[in-house]
Design a protein around this ligand. Structure first.
Ligand SMILES: C[S@@+](CC[C@H](N)C(=O)[O-])C[C@H]1O[C@@H](n2cnc3c(N)ncnc32)[C@H](O)[C@@H]1O
Length: 277
C-alpha cells in the first residue's frame, strides 16, 4: 500500500448534487472523484453502499446513468431514490402535503408512519429528512428513523424543477436493495465502497459492517475490478494490498452527529492514478 502526499480538502459549502442531507454524504467530493476517476473508465460503476446518493448523483451526472448501479440495504433510502427516479412530480406533491401541515407534533406523527411504501412513504421520509435536527438522518437498529426535528426552523421549500432535473440525472440508474455481499462476484467494473464507518459508535445507521467481513469482501472484489474505498479508519486496519494508493481527505464540515470543525478520512484506489488536477 502506497501513501501519497496528496491531501484533499472538502468544504461544507461545496456546490453539489444532493437530494437529502445524509451522514457520510460524499456530495462535496466531486473534485476528488474528478481527480481520481479516469475519464475513460469504460465500465459499469457500482455504488455498493449508496446512502444518500452523493457518489451516484456525481457519477450519473459525469458519465450518464446507463451504466451505474446504486445499492443500499436500507429500504427507506432506496424507496426514496426509486420514487425520485420514477415519480418526481408525485414525490413533489407528497412533500407539499407535509409542508403545509408541518409542526413539531406533525413531524413526530410522520415519524411513526411507514417510510418505505412507495411514493407516499418516500414523501414522508423526504419531509423528515429535510426537517431533521442538524440536517442529519439517523436510524436505530430496528430501522426506525429517530432523529428529532430541527428547532424553530421553517419547513424548507422544494422546487418541482430541481426534483425533476435530479430525476432526469438518474433516469436509467439501476437501484437495488441488497446486502453488499451480493456484489462480491462482479467483474470488470468500477466499484465504489463507502461503508458505514466501522469502529465508530455514533450509531447513525441501522447496522454496521464487521471490519473482518469487509476486508474479506474487498480482497475478493479487487481481483477483477477497479476499486475505490472511502473510510475513516486507519488504512492499515483495512489490510489493503500494495496495489493501493491512499489519499487523505480533510473535511471542514460537520460529518458527525456532534459537529466537528475538522475531521479526516481516506480515499484508497487499487489502480494507477494519473491525476487530472
Ligand atoms: C457512509 S454511508 C454512504 C454514504 C453515501 N456514499 C452518500 O454519499 O450519501 C453508508 C451506507 O451503507 C449502508 N449499509 C450499511 N450496511 C450495509 C450492508 N450490509 N449492505 C449494504 N448497505 C449497507 C447504510 O444504510 C448507509 O446508507
Amino acid at each position: 500500500m502506497r501513501h501519497t502526499m496528496r491531501q484533499f480538502v472538502v468544504h461544507n459549502h461545496a456546490k453539489s448534487l444532493k437530494l437529502v442531507p445524509y451522514v457520510g454524504c460524499k456530495s462535496g467530493f466531486a473534485h476528488i472523484f474528478d481527480s481520481l476517476i479516469p475519464k475513460d473508465y469504460g465500465r459499469k460503476i457500482y455504488d455498493v453502499f449508496g446512502g444518500g446518493g452523493g457518489f451516484t448523483f456525481y457519477a450519473c451526472n459525469r458519465f450518464g446513468s446507463e451504466n451505474i448501479i446504486y445499492n443500499d440495504h436500507n429500504p427507506v433510502i432506496t424507496n426514496l431514490l426509486e420514487s425520485l427516479q420514477k415519480h418526481p412530480g408525485l414525490l413533489y406533491d407528497e412533500y407539499q402535503k407535509h409542508h403545509v401541515r408541518s409542526s413539531p407534533d406533525y413531524y413526530l406523527d410522520v415519524r411513526k408512519m411507514d417510510l418505505d411504501d412507495g411514493v407516499r412513504g418516500a414523501g414522508r421520509f423526504f419531509y423528515l429528512a429535510k426537517n431533521a435536527f442538524s440536517g442529519k438522518i439517523r436510524f436505530n437498529s430496528k430501522n426506525q428513523f429517530n432523529c428529532p426535528m430541527r428547532k424553530n426552523a421553517k419547513c424548507p421549500q422544494i422546487s418541482r424543477e430541481s426534483l425533476s432535473s435530479l430525476s432526469n440525472t438518474i433516469r436509467h440508474l439501476v437501484i437495488t436493495n441488497k446486502d453488499y455481499g451480493h456484489y462480491e462476484d462482479v467483474k470488470d467494473g468500477f466499484v465504489y465502497l463507502d461503508p458505514p464507518y466501522m469502529n465508530n459508535t455514533n450509531g447513525h445507521y441501522n447496522a454496521t459492517v464487521p471490519l473482518a467481513d469487509f476486508v474479506r469482501f474487498v480482497s475478493t472484489v479487487q481481483k477483477l475490478n477497479k476499486v475505490m474505498i472511502s473510510e475513516q479508519n486507519d488504512p492499515d486496519s483495512l489490510l489493503l494490498s500494495s496495489d493501493y494508493t491512499v489519499f487523505t481527505v480533510t473535511l471542514h464540515r460537520s460529518l458527525q452527529y456532534v459537529t466537528q470543525n475538522q475531521s479526516q478520512e481516506i480515499v484508497a484506489v487499487n489502480y494507477a492514478v494519473s491525476e487530472q488536477t
